[in-house]
Design a protein around this ligand. Structure first.
Ligand code: FES
Ligand SMILES: [Fe+2]
Length: 459
């Protein structure tokens, strides 16, 4: 039986203009009258220990979430620990190649059975009293040799549901959860053109931050702060004609790249557009990721073409050097950003040939979080380093210089946001239509958490 506070469906719709209407010269981010999205969010959700406890009990213990990639456990006997708040889940590949997951606890007296990641397991041995479990989670051994005399009977590790999509391993501790395919709604079909499972992880970095995990999600699912926090990006991204789609639990927007924002004052020269695009997305043209090098003089723009056309040609040439997969793709899918939020904590920046995943996790208090940043590249089929096992690195804020200008700008403002959320005069966050994806996330949080009346979203 599904819990009464799990998702039951809701309104979905697009905010105009639609994906097929990119050229429309109308303001986007205007909700159609029939689309109601929460716009007043209680500030206490970001600071309250009670709310955080509800999230642990009713969200993280009941929702599908990305634990790792399939490449993290590519061989039988590989394992990977996924931590989300106080919960810890071990994902492993058993001796038949099946992906399994278990709550990270020994049924004897509760020790965590595995930490970190590794490979070569034939069985799992608890470090406390050496009870042993096969890779299907069943207790094994005999009473004489394994001190099992008097044990309560056959027992197993506590299983966690698993599913895969796009090369990612999803887990859900709820034994009564819906199938992953149902949870993901239309996203696998909509993202099929990308072929995400074929990409290789080139970076996996974790950054502790002094703010609530939802503060980070909020910042990464709206483009409303571009003009204030990342003004340099107005030269290359149209944050006005960025249509938002609300599915049921998940949301997306599509942001045109290689064109200036209508909010940008003054003329954007071809040289400026080239420099900003190369600095932020040059890796899509085969250049170094987030390079701070001089980007050089822009390539010539042929008669009758624009700098966006030139960038599209450059990206096409790079993609063609990898393989024929995107040879027939239209310009829109070649250069623009397909930006997805998979509820609750995964945000994807999807481009042809490259995508980034940012995953937020709660920290030790409501004022702390972990941000996991992954980069994935499509590599040629015969590339010698296809599908490497991701290596996790812990970052400090001072290490962010290699990520270009955008991320440090975000992190500075997130710290301020968390500080402000504690001020007693702030009752609600007040969202604009451009921030509808945040409102939708909180609606879904209400479904999962079924909070007390005084903590619910106002009508
Ligand atoms: S707690 Fe695991 S064997 Fe005792
Ligand atoms: Fe930002």
């Amino acid at each position: 039986m599904r819990s009464r506070c799990l998702p039951k469906g809701g309104s979905s719709g697009k905010l105009v203009p639609g994906e097929d209407d990119m050229s429309a010269n109308t303001e986007s981010n205007v909700s159609p009258p029939d689309l109601k999205v929460a716009s007043r969010i209680p500030a206490s959700r970001y600071t309250s220990r009670d709310w955080e406890d509800l999230e642990t009990e009713r969200l993280w213990a009941r929702v599908w979430q990305i634990a790792c990639t399939e490449d993290c456990i590519s061989e039988p006997g590989d394992y990977w620990e996924y931590e989300i708040g106080p919960l810890s889940i071990v994902i492993l590949r058993d001796d038949e190649g099946i992906v399994r997951a278990f709550q990270n606890v020994c049924p004897h007296r509760g020790a965590a059975i595995l930490k970190g990641s590794g490979g070569g397991l034939c069985e799992v041995r608890c470090p406390y009293h050496h009870w042993r479990f096969d890779l299907k989670g069943h207790l094994c051994g005999d009473a004489q040799s394994d001190q099992l005399e008097g044990r309560p009977g056959p027992m197993s590790l506590i299983p966690v549901s698993t599913g895969t999509f796009g090369g990612f391993v999803f887990v859900n501790p709820d034994p009564d959860c819906e199938p992953l395919e149902e949870f993901l709604e239309i996203l696998p079909k909509e993202l099929a053109w990308v072929g995400m499972e074929d990409y290789s992880c080139s970076d996996f970095l974790t950054l502790p931050l002094p703010c609530n995990w939802k503060v980070v999600v909020d910042a990464f699912i709206e483009t409303y702060h571009l003009h204030a926090v990342h003004p340099q990006m107005l030269a290359i991204a149209d944050d006005v004609h960025t249509p938002i789609t609300l599915y049921d639990k998940h949301t997306m927007f599509m942001q045109p790249y290689g064109v200036p924002s209508p909010r940008r004052k003054g003329t954007v020269t071809d040289q400026e557009l080239w420099e900003e695009f190369a600095a932020n997305l040059g890796h899509r043209m085969g250049m170094t990721f987030a390079s701070t090098e001089d980007q050089g003089t822009h390539p010539p723009v042929p008669e009758g073409q624009t700098m966006r056309d030139v960038l599209v040609s450059r990206i096409r040439a790079h993609l063609a050097s990898i393989g024929p997969r995107f040879a027939d793709l239209d310009d829109h899918h070649i250069i623009d950003d397909f930006h997805y939020h998979i509820f609750p904590n995964a945000v994807f920046n999807v481009f042809a040939g490259w995508y980034g995943l940012i995953r937020m996790r709660p920290g030790a208090t409501p004022d702390e979080s972990f941000v996991d940043m992954w980069n994935f590249d499509l590599r040629a089929e015969d590339h010698p380093e296809n599908h490497p096992r991701p290596v996790k690195s812990l970052l400090g804020v001072d290490d962010l210089s290699s990520f270009g200008t955008v991320l440090p700008q975000d992190l500075d403002v997130l710290t301020r946001a968390q500080q402000g959320l504690h001020q007693p005069g702030l009752d609600f966050l007040r969202l604009t239509p451009a921030e509808a994806r945040i409102g939708r996330m909180h609606e879904i949080l209400d479904r999962y958490l079924d909070p007390p009346d005084d903590q619910r979203l106002p009508d």
